[in-house]
Design a protein around this ligand. Sequence first.
Ligand SMILES: [Zn+2]
Length: 461
Amino acid sequence: MIKVFNSLTRQKEEIAEPKAGRFGFYVCGPTVYGPSHLGHAFTYINFDFIRRFLEQNGFKIRYVMNITDIHDDIIKTAMNEKIEPRLLAKKYTDELMTDFKTLKIKPADFYPRVSRHIPEIIKLIKILIEKGYAYETDDGVYFRVERFKDYGKLSHRQLDQAQTGTRVRTDKYDKEEAYDFALWKKEPNKKNSFVFKSPWGWGRPGWHIECSAMSAKYLKLPIDIHAGGQDLIFPHHENELAQSEAGFGRKFVSVYLHAGLLEISSQKMSKSLGNFVNIRDFLKKYPARFLRFFVLSHHYQGVVDFSEKNLAEAWQNYLKINEIAAKLNLLKNNDLAAAGFNLKPIEKRIKQALNDNFNTPLALAEIYEVFNWIDQGFKLKKISRIEANKLIAFFKKLDRYWLIFQPWRKPSLAAKRMMKEREKLRVRKKYEEADAIRQRLSDFNLVLSDSEIGSVVSNLN
Ligand SMILES: [Zn+2]
């Protein structure tokens, strides 16, 4: 039985696969007005892992991630860059999809975009107005927070606390209460901005309403899992919940999962602090699989600190385990004695760790145990051919959802030629030239090391 921490109840709960139909998994996607950064990598790698793990356990998942392609930040950035907001959003959506592919994040079944769901959004706002949960003013349509009695049940805030958390601009907005939030923003001067036609004139949807309208279009309510970064609990998820339950008249979400916080050298990552790291810049230094490894070495609900020190340590560990795993390939045809590994208890403990709210650090500690065995096996010259094959099969199985270990991957023909060339140079004692080849291989994420049983290549791509 898989247990998860539900932010709504603040408890670990068992999740059961529904008997019929698909298991709905909705992740709040990014606002596309800039390159994707490590915060995105942390959130989306974690939920990719959780999705893949659930799928390994027989869940038939329908995975939906929205793309916020209409937002004030997009309009502001587009104005600064003198580009059409639509084109700016498209550019960064395309980049995001490429980055997801690089990070080996399994594509969602649907990536609904706000700009293509205006009719669904308008329909929901109309229902909210009819039911008395929303009202029109001179500058927009607002959600009447006080009318929704359960407001605050996700973020566990009272209304007066909520008020201090929102940006109160009563001088600009003509709303009943400061904590009421916009469902529709009127923009009568349609020539100047990214606007859509509605029963309330030209304008744009507010941020939160998109997820209510789009998640209900692609998934059955209540949605089995609704996920996002911790910073979305309030106001985004609280407001989504209020709009959805008020509008659809039923429970919106069964389980809320929230990913933890990301830091750079113990500081919050933010543009204003100048410590903002884009995924593409990070990947100039490290391979994508290492980014997955680093993220999954931390619990998804915890804090992950991308400090130089932590990264350097993790990188050394990562090189070590990959080298050990790559050596297994050399053992496929050996005649060494058996060490007597038993993988069954380890497999069981990995499953237990992950079944308990996806405890990836604990599961990795168990996996390290296997690497230690292999390392010892090499030292004592005790790993039989059958054991080597079993170990490779063990990693192959794990890699269906970790996408970190892949000792069975062979270097390309070009790389093999380079390795042969290096061997020849070494025989002729031309060590400097041989080393230059090793360096060139590492630029392609192929790490060459000389072990007691010959040269091995870890393919980190
Ligand atoms: Zn959302």
